[in-house]
Design a binder for this molecule. Structure first.
Ligand code: ATP
Ligand code: ATP
Ligand code: MG
Ligand code: MG
Length: 253
């Protein structure tokens, strides 16, 4: 048979199986979203419609991939924590990554109109993705802490930057003005513009968490038991309180 003669070309495929007993993190990030945000008239510094769209795509990921335990996102990025013991796609990196990025992207396009009813999608958005393996849960917690701290730093900077720009400064003047400033100085500057940083929406300051709520799930016999009760909130995940209250999320039983 011709096909069996040609099967040898398969041997050139290089697959990468992710190591067992590792937590798998997939991080997706919008490709050139600086430009995409401008082209689609995102409000600055934070367009709530765009953030809610990202959150809806992350919820869609949890609904479709039962082995995703937790997701955290802000701006144009989302991180997905997969069960330590997942055997999804036989733990093949390229398949986990490509399925994650393609489902997220198609959900983004499909849900666009729901969040941007008055703005057409004028060109196809793309996301890049990467996979990181962590052999210890402490590393996963530190990874999430890092992303939430980054959200805070970027949001504080962007809030100052756009307050300066909206007050008449050019973008390069605003950039120069903020160079080397510390948190306290930035907060003082925001006060001068009548902005109390702590009063900004938690979604802007803390980013968003997506997970299955098992604590308040009512037993509904009509409901498909495979259907997950996915919730979105803007918790502080750097402290222990959230994890103490939701210890089941990363328990991976
Ligand atoms: P890369 O392809 O390297 O990721 P990028 O242009 O996407 O490049 P990022 O560092 O990922 O750069 O930053 C994303 C940019 O997208 C932000 O700087 C911001 O301009 C814009 N952006 C994303 N989401 C929002 C939002 N919800 N509201 C306003 N602007 C946003
Ligand atoms: P996997 O996720 O493992 O790829 P799969 O269901 O996509 O599973 P494939 O081996 O990729 O399996 O086969 C694709 C299947 O999709 C075909 O068996 C066929 O049933 C269906 N299919 C794809 N394209 C067409 C088409 N143009 N017309 C009819 N059926 C199609
Ligand atoms: Mg980006
Ligand atoms: Mg980004």
């Amino acid at each position: 048979m011709l096909t069996s003669k040609l099967e040898y070309v398969r041997e050139f495929e290089s697959g990468n199986k992710l190591p067992n007993f590792n937590w798998i993190v997939v991080r997706i990030d919008g490709w050139h979203f600086h430009k995409f945000a401008e082209a689609h008239r995102f409000e600055k510094p934070n367009d709530a419609r765009a953030l809610n769209l990202m959150n809806a795509c992350a919820a869609c990921m949890l609904e479709n991939f039962p082995d995703i335990l937790f997701a955290y996102g802000d701006s144009d990025e989302y991180s997905f924590i997969w069960r330590e013991k997942t055997n999804f796609c036989g733990r093949m990196e390229s398949q986990i990554l490509s399925q994650s990025v393609s489902l997220f992207t198609s959900a983004y396009v499909m849900k666009w109109k729901e969040f941007f009813p008055t703005q057409d999608l004028i060109y196809p958005p793309a996301f890049d993705g990467r996979v990181i393996c962590y052999p210890k849960i402490k590393l996963v917690r530190d990874y999430l802490n890092w992303r939430q701290a980054d959200c805070h730093i970027n949001n504080q900077f962007n809030t100052c930057f756009w307050a300066l720009v909206k007050s008449g400064k050019s973008k390069s003047q605003a950039q120069k003005f903020l160079q080397g400033t510390q948190t306290a100085e930035k907060n003082r500057l925001l006060k001068e513009f009548g902005i109390d940083y702590g009063d900004l929406p938690a979604m802007f300051r803390k980013g968003s968490c997506v997970y299955e709520d098992k604590s308040s799930a009512e037993i509904d016999e009509q409901k498909d038991p495979k259907c997950r009760n996915v919730v979105i909130d803007h918790s502080d995940i750097i402290g222990n309180e959230f994890w103490n209250q939701h210890s089941y999320i990363l328990s991976d039983d």
